[in-house]
Design a protein around this ligand. Structure first.
Ligand code: EPZ
Length: 455
């Protein structure tokens, strides 16, 4: 578990890692290439190592070179993704489109729901069917074949009932090797979709309109080798902006693409917290002695990102006045409310709406992380709280934040990861024994590089 001693001002610069939600789909996209691709700035995360294991199971040779991964998909040996791996990572469903386009068949376990919602894949399936695939779902398996024994999918006009990120990405990848033109209407506009389109173009794909709600793909017979750099993680960057604001600290972060955070920065400004950009790929949060509540509604990009909802809620728990937060994308993404209330917040829940009444302070408490972004919300709340907060359920955090504790310690935060057994038994291990941020905290189990085991 993580022990955090709050009320410590932060200062300095933090380096933002490559984007998890881009790296995952780009790694799946490497299946489209009939040669070898090099992806740089790939974060070392549990989710990344899981999708790499799936690629290896399909016959991709994966090698690490520093922060880059070299993926050789020239000789795929299987079209079936292993259940035991796919069941741990929803994003692994992204291999369906590339496998189908490359091999004419894909057999991928249906990704179950997760703690934030049911998360069906009906839009993915409808899109692949429109491109000429026969898709059967039996015994928890999605079996997709190109109809009529054809070698390639066929371009089509596809309207998405909802601008799903995953469905847009899966369909776009499949369409790169289809015959003819594909038009995706009501497409997702997230920066990760654009990053994927850039990677596919680097491999020779013909795509335009990504970043808008109409994406056009002209299929090509094959894609070639490419060397590509994953975009910085806008959600990790947003989380650090919140860490600075909630501790009334001035911190700088880079690399970051400010345009990827427009909605988050606008809401911070609405609360009275300034964020400036002194250089093209850099942001600085300017501390405010006090700030006010604001209302948030999560929406597809360029709306306010659902992945920032939980950390932003932590910030609003100690704002002056009330805030109303509506989570419109996932039906079960407010589980952090109960844990924040354990820390002294005053939040009332009504369906998918949380009404946050600002309180003067939070106080440290033992809390449980229920999903990835909820764990980030508890970390930033712990940084602002009086006394010690202990967070359990860190496997959620390790899925999506690279070296978070080291980065926070680099900014002066006082925290350490300890094994529950030692935390509970260590004599005098209470509030007083605050580790100095510089001391090499006897952090046990700080996650090593999850990829090292694989490669
Ligand atoms: C991506 O998930 C991200 N994950 C999520 O980040 C993020 O929250 C989400 O986009 C929205 O921005 C990755 O990129 C790996 P969606 P995805 O398809 O693609 C419904 C994090 O914390 N839907 O846009 O699964 C769905 O149930 C994660 O890093 C269907 O109904 O999101 C949801 O309500 C969590 N049918 C909504 O659309 C479908 O076929 C948005 O889902 C697909 C989706």
């Amino acid at each position: 578990m993580l022990q955090i001693w709050g009320k410590t001002p932060l200062k300095g610069h933090v380096t933002i890692s490559g984007a998890k939600n881009s790296a995952l789909v780009l790694l799946a996209g490497s299946l489209l290439c009939s040669g070898s691709c090099r992806l740089r700035n790939v974060p070392s995360l549990v989710d990344v190592s899981l999708i790499c294991e799936i690629l290896v199971a399909l016959g991709v040779k994966v090698a690490r070179q520093g922060d880059a991964l070299v993926l050789d998909a020239s000789d795929l040996t299987s079209s079936k993704a292993p259940y035991e791996l796919v069941s741990q990572l929803r994003a692994s469903f992204f291999v369906t489109g590339p496998l189908l386009a490359r091999l004419g068949v894909a057999r991928v376990p249906l990704p179950g729901g997760c703690s934030i919602g049911d998360r069906p894949v009906d839009l993915h399936v409808k899109g692949l069917q429109a491109l000429g695939a026969d898709v059967q779902i039996e015994h928890g398996m999605v079996n997709a074949y190109i109809r009529g024994g054809r070698k390639r999918l066929t371009g089509a006009r596809i309207y998405l009932d909802f601008p799903s990120v995953g469905a847009t990405e899966n369909i776009m990848m499949a369409a790169t090797l289809a015959e003819g033109e594909t038009l995706i209407e009501n497409a997702a506009q997230e920066p990760e979709v654009v990053d994927l389109a850039n990677f596919c173009r680097a491999m020779g794909a013909r795509i335009r309109g990504d970043g808008t709600n109409r994406i056009v793909i002209d299929g090509v017979p094959a894609l070639h080798e490419a060397d590509y750099m994953v975009v910085p993680d806008r959600i990790e960057a947003g989380t650090f902006l919140i860490a600075g604001a909630i501790t009334r600290s001035e911190i700088m972060l880079s690399p970051v693409v400010p345009d990827h955070l427009t909605a988050v920065i606008a809401k911070l400004k609405e609360s009275g917290i300034s964020v400036v950009s002194d250089a093209p790929n850099q942001l600085r949060v300017i501390p405010a002695s006090s700030y006010r509540g604001t209302d948030i509604e999560t929406l597809p990009f360029p709306g306010f990102p659902t992945d920032m909802q939980a950390p932003f809620m932590s910030l609003l728990t100690v704002a002056e006045g009330n805030s109303m937060i509506s989570e419109t994308l996932f039906e079960n993404r407010l589980q952090h409310v109960a844990e924040l209330n354990r820390m002294g917040a005053d939040i009332k829940l009504k369906g998918n709406i949380a009404v946050v009444r600002g309180v003067p302070k939070l106080s440290g408490a033992p809390v449980l992380a229920t999903d990835l972004r909820a764990s980030a919300a508890l970390v930033v709340a712990g940084l602002a709280a009086e006394g010690m907060t202990t967070i359990q359920g860190l496997h959620h955090l390790d899925r999506g934040y690279e070296h978070l504790e080291d980065k926070l310690r680099g900014l002066g935060a006082k925290l350490q990861r300890v094994h529950e057994s030692t935390a509970l038994s260590a004599p005098g291990n209470s509030e007083e024994t605050v580790p100095s941020p510089l001391a090499e905290c006897a952090s046990e189990n700080t996650p090593s590089d999850p990829l090292s085991a694989l490669i």
